[in-house]
Design a protein around this ligand. Structure first.
Ligand code: ZN
Length: 165
């Protein structure tokens, strides 16, 4: 695996010319130049793992959209895994952020009424597909007290981006 720095973003690339996996972490902003690496990272399947993206600004999301469009242009089918909350937010506003890719799993804000824990929960789209399509938040156990956690937002706002999938 090769890890490289791109301004405020770190990218760990693994896999091969058939399927590439890119794990991104940090801030997606004007310091980040991803488009320059499209040729090096393109593959028939590109898995984008974005759990580590903590913040995104408007210039960063513009760069991201050029990046996913560039991968699409080279014939890549995109898969999104462990999308961070901030990226899910962008996907809700701008469908092009997904670059036509399927979302396998994503983070959503969850809250535990028993122990007051607020934490992003990872939701697997295949496992919870039925609930998500019905705009119902999947019941997930609290990592701290094992009690039932609830979604800390309106389901329609968080899950809307999955509808066109
Ligand atoms: Zn709890």
């Amino acid at each position: 695996m090769a890890t490289t720095n791109h301004g405020n973003l770190t990218v760990s690339a693994s896999g091969d010319a058939g399927e590439r996996r890119l794990a991104l972490a940090g801030r997606l902003d004007e310091s980040v130049a991803l488009v320059a690496h499209v040729a090096a990272w393109a593959a028939p399947v590109v898995v984008l793992e974005t759990a580590g993206i903590q913040a995104i600004n408007s210039l960063g999301i513009r760069e991201w959209m050029h990046f996913v469009a560039g991968l699409n242009g080279r014939g890549a089918r995109l898969v999104h895994e462990k999308c961070s909350e901030v990226l899910v937010e962008q996907m809700c506003y701008i469908p092009a952020v997904r670059g036509g890719g399927a979302v396998r799993s994503f983070h959503a804000p969850y809250y535990c009424p028993r122990c007051d824990l607020e934490a992003p929960a990872l939701i697997d789209v295949e496992i919870h597909g039925e609930a998500l399509r019905a705009m119902e938040a999947p019941g997930l156990p609290c990592p701290q007290c094992k009690g039932p956690m609830t979604l800390a937002d309106v389901p329609e706002r968080i899950f809307a981006f999955l509808v066109e999938q």
